[in-house]
Ligand binder design. Structure first.
Ligand SMILES: [Fe+2]
Ligand SMILES: [Fe+2]
Length: 470
């Protein structure tokens, strides 16, 4: 399945055979380019950057490395290869052939799913727009640009689905995706975490760790979809998403390790006195971003989630391989409801609890990383344990949004929460401090003082490589 580089839009979907679709996408392309110029990484558009570009969707071709200027990056449309006679694997239609066209009755639901996912892609580019000015090394600068061009490609992937399968409505949605702006008062992005500012590199690593990991779980559950083009699109996106999470996971590990080193180095155990970030501050940013990203999974009890599962549109994480029973009927999940001033267990039918099921898998994935970070910190000789806050902590959506909870998930009064806020969540002073210490480091092989260098470079290269020609 080679990619057609002859046409304006690289693709492995035989775009040349569908003139109407090709024209629609070629019409959207200049708007996309204009958006990229306006909202893509500031000050880096004319630089040569050592980037990975997909040149085919198979195992060998999707990771091709070379210097490229970002506006020349070949944003294309790639779907994972089609697997023989795929079936709908769960829900009420399990066993029927997978849909190659949008089933009429699920048109609105599918459009909503795709638009919600699509909106996060340009949003994160907008959130990260200024970070290139303060990158701690050329290696990190290059990773930022890699994440950004791939979020751009993910937008292309979703816009292809909208143009291809949703007619005029889809074209309108594609325009809207370039019209909304992260954090804009009048036209904000759809989901709240994607309207939060991301102005420092600690936030960036938290974002790629926690928000891109939400992306992994959403994409994985859509890769199970009975709507085959969506499943194949998401499958290919997941290969790129892995690098984004790697950036966040290792970025946080490198900050934590450096923080532990500086804490030890300082006579008073004060990492900030050494120009670094103290461990409790890193923990506060983890608390903030983790809790915001839990909201992305939607309400614990949700009729939409039940409908999406029943329809075969959105499965569980690893639905086909991890589960043997795929109707989720006649089963229940216990969920603690906040009622009459206390937490009360209630049995919720499993389909209605699908958001919570996915959120739990996500939390388990995050917990693995946190354990590794704690080990890395302790290996540096610091007695500090990194922790995930409880899932009820600091929620703004779902069952626990209306009540304050502490880091362990115990109910507390709003006044108690406010008293603890500066200890649990980043303060303005913390944010100002990070902005002060984050000065750009642009020499080959050099690194800022507040972060440890990576254990290895990109694509088998050393850290000491000119990843960006500044
Ligand atoms: Fe993405
Ligand atoms: Fe991503």
């Amino acid at each position: 399945m080679a990619i057609d580089y002859q046409s304006k839009i690289p693709n492995n979907v035989d775009l040349a055979q569908d003139r109407r679709l090709q024209r629609a996408l070629e019409h959207w392309q200049p708007s996309y380019q204009a958006w990229w110029q306006e909202m893509g990484p500031e000050g880096l558009q004319d630089k040569d950057i050592y980037l990975r570009t997909a040149i085919s969707a198979d195992k060998d071709g999707w990771a091709h490395f070379d210097y490229v200027k970002m506006p020349d990056y070949r944003w294309g449309i790639f779907l994972a290869e089609r697997e023989g006679e795929r079936k709908v694997n769960f829900g009420d239609h399990a066993g029927l052939p997978a849909w190659q066209e949008v089933p009429g009755e699920y048109r609105n639901a599918l459009r909503r799913i795709i638009v919600t996912q699509a909106d996060t892609e340009p949003a994160s580019v907008e959130q990260q727009r200024l970070l290139g000015q303060t990158a701690p090394s050329l290696y990190d600068l290059r990773n930022l640009c890699q994440v950004n061009v791939e979020e751009g490609r993910h937008l292309w992937a979703m816009v292809y689905l909208l143009h291809s399968y949703f007619g005029a409505e889809g074209r309108d949605e594609a325009e809207e995706l370039l019209a909304r702006r992260s954090g804009d008062a009048d036209k904000p992005r759809i989901l709240d975490a994607f309207n939060q500012p991301c102005n420092d590199w600690l936030s960036f690593f938290c974002f790629t760790m926690f928000a891109d990991r939400d992306g992994k779980f959403q994409l994985a559950s859509l890769a199970e979809s009975g709507f085959d083009p969506l499943a194949r699109t998401c499958k290919f996106m997941l290969t790129e998403e892995a690098h984004h999470m790697f950036v966040g996971d290792t970025g946080l590990e490198r900050i934590l390790r450096r923080s532990a080193q500086l804490t030890k180095l300082d006579p008073n155990g004060d990492a900030r006195a050494q120009g670094g970030i103290d461990l409790p501050t890193v923990q506060k940013f983890i608390n903030f971003w983790f809790s915001y990203c839990l909201d992305l999974f939607g309400s614990e009890i949700s009729t939409n989630a039940a409908d999406f599962f029943g329809a075969g549109l959105k499965g569980r994480f690893g639905e086909e391989k991890r589960f043997t029973e795929h109707t989720a009927l006649g089963q229940h999940k216990e969920i603690l409801q906040w009622k009459d001033g206390r937490l009360q267990p209630e049995q919720i039918d499993l389909r209605s609890a699908m958001n919570e099921v996915l959120r739990e898998d996500y939390i388990g994935d995050c917990a693995n990383a946190v354990r590794r970070w704690s080990n890395a910190v302790q290996a540096e000789g610091a007695a500090f344990e990194v922790k995930l806050p409880h899932e009820r902590f600091h929620r703004r959506q779902g069952l626990y949004a209306g009540q304050s909870f502490d880091l362990e998930g115990n109910p507390i009064s709003d006044a108690e929460f406010e008293q603890k806020r500066a200890e649990w969540l980043p303060t303005q002073e913390d944010k100002d401090y990070l902005v002060r210490i984050m000065q750009p480091v642009r020499g080959v092989g050099q690194i800022a003082n507040w972060i440890a260098p990576p254990r290895r470079g990109i694509n088998g290269l050393d850290f000491e490589f000119e990843y960006v020609r500044i």
